[in-house]
Design a protein around this ligand. Structure first.
Ligand code: ADP
Ligand code: MG
Length: 384
């Protein structure tokens, strides 16, 4: 037997809690690509006002002012994006508050660059993306924690491709099923969860997972922008003095390109992929619309089950999770209509209200000491 405690710790304070229910939405404009530079000299669609506000000008010279939590430009450092968008969520995840960080935008807009950097391994320290920074920060946070607790971190990695969930840490597993559990929320049933002991260890597994993604690419002729990549860290904290287990889930998502299928001139399989992507991203848009439409009656149906993506992100979207969204954009006038739709998506997502809380489970006296919880089956048994 167990008692689920969903009370907040006093040290968080109500102000913090209020802030946590808000989705952090940022835009990031990458530098012009050399092609954009050649084709559209000086054709930039964004004019910065200050850290939050900018004016967007489309190809018909219509102007729109956007106000987001923060906007990053071509001269913004990876570290700045991390510190504003990911660091607070990572710290809360170590303290057992779920968090989700999503990169959104058309193909080539900088989602993977922001998430991974130019390469997950062996890249310049200052070019490292959110993922390796989150990993470093998480272990640093755990090391410096004052809590007398035993921490364990597990990593899972899946790819949603053609509405199938592939386990990137074990390709032999078939389509991973998504289940829901009262205490743990949305779960990837049977997904590989590798225990990771430090950043180097985690990075190595991330590389394995990404390589598995790349194998899929060449074999099935799929480019990484045709699937959604989901990185899931489960941070478990076993209290040493009493029988309490706290768990924070930190999810990072590098979404497939949001461009319209008809624009790419795709045919056959590639068109099918594009249609599937469009369907899951429209499902995401529909969930956000339903969550922010204003009619907050209980009867208001939120169509989480319309796609694998929205089902996996169900907790993140208006549920028990903090959320941050990075809208990745090309600065070029030639991409203005896609950029405008990316920014409008971000503006809508800003209105989502979530209800994150500390996930803590109190173990019954009859159960084993949490210190023996390191193995997956045992942990599953106690938490279920
Ligand atoms: P996406 O994942 O959205 O399809 P990528 O992240 O692969 O796009 O970015 C496309 C190209 O632009 C890559 O060559 C990447 O290195 C470059 N790029 C993206 N964002 C930046 C940035 N902020 N600074 C420098 N180069 C970037
Ligand atoms: Mg990409």
């Amino acid at each position: 037997e167990e008692t689920l405690c969903t009370s907040f710790e006093t040290r968080l304070g109500s102000q913090r809690l209020g802030d946590m229910s808000n989705v952090t939405v940022c835009a990031r404009f990458r530098p012009l690509s050399s092609k954009e530079m050649r084709d559209h000299r000086d054709g930039v669609c964004v004019r910065r006002i200050d850290a939050e506000n900018f004016v967007f000008q489309d190809d018909k010279e219509d102007e729109f002012t956007f106000s987001l939590d923060r906007t990053f430009y071509e001269d913004s450092a990876q570290a700045a994006v991390y510190e504003f968008l990911a660091l607070p969520i990572m710290i809360d995840a170590v303290n057992a508050i779920n968090g989700t960080i999503i990169t959104y935008g058309q193909t080539g807009a900088g989602k993977t660059y922001s998430m991974e950097g130019p390469g997950i391994h062996d890249c310049d320290e200052h070019k490292k993306g959110l993922l390796p920074r989150v990993v470093d920060g998480m272990f640093e946070q755990i090391r410096s924690s004052n809590d007398i607790a035993r921490y364990s971190v597990k990593l899972s990695m899946v790819e949603i491709y053609m509405e199938k969930v592939r386990d990137l840490l074990d390709l032999s597993k078939g389509n991973i099923q998504i289940k829901e559990n009262k205490t743990q929320g949305i779960l990837l049933s049977g997904v590989t969860e590798v225990p990771v002991s430090d950043s180097a260890d985690a990075l190595q597994h991330l590389c394995t997972g990404l390589a598995n993604r790349a194998v899929g690419e060449t074999q099935m002729n799929m480019s990484s922008s045709r699937s959604h990549c989901v990185y899931l860290f489960t941070i478990q904290q076993d209290s040493v003095k009493d029988k309490r287990v706290k768990t924070g889930k930190l999810i990072l998502v590098d979404l497939a390109g949001s461009e319209k299928a008809d624009k790419t001139g795709a045919e056959g399989r590639v068109l099918e992929e594009a249609k599937t992507i469009n369907k899951s991203l429209s499902a995401l848009g529909n969930v956000i619309n339903a969550l922010t439409s204003g009619s907050t009656s209980k009867a208001n149906h939120i169509p989480y089950r319309d796609s694998k993506l929205t089902r996996i992100l169900q907790d993140a979207l208006g549920g028990n999770s903090r959320m941050a969204l990075l809208c990745c954009c090309s600065p070029s006038i030639s991409n203005a209509s896609e950029t405008l739709s990316t920014l409008r998506f971000g503006m809508r997502a800003k209105h989502i209200k979530a209800s994150p809380r500390i996930s803590e489970v109190k173990l019954a006296k009859t159960q084993e000491e949490p210190s023996s919880v390191a193995k997956d089956e045992k942990c599953g048994r106690i938490l279920e």
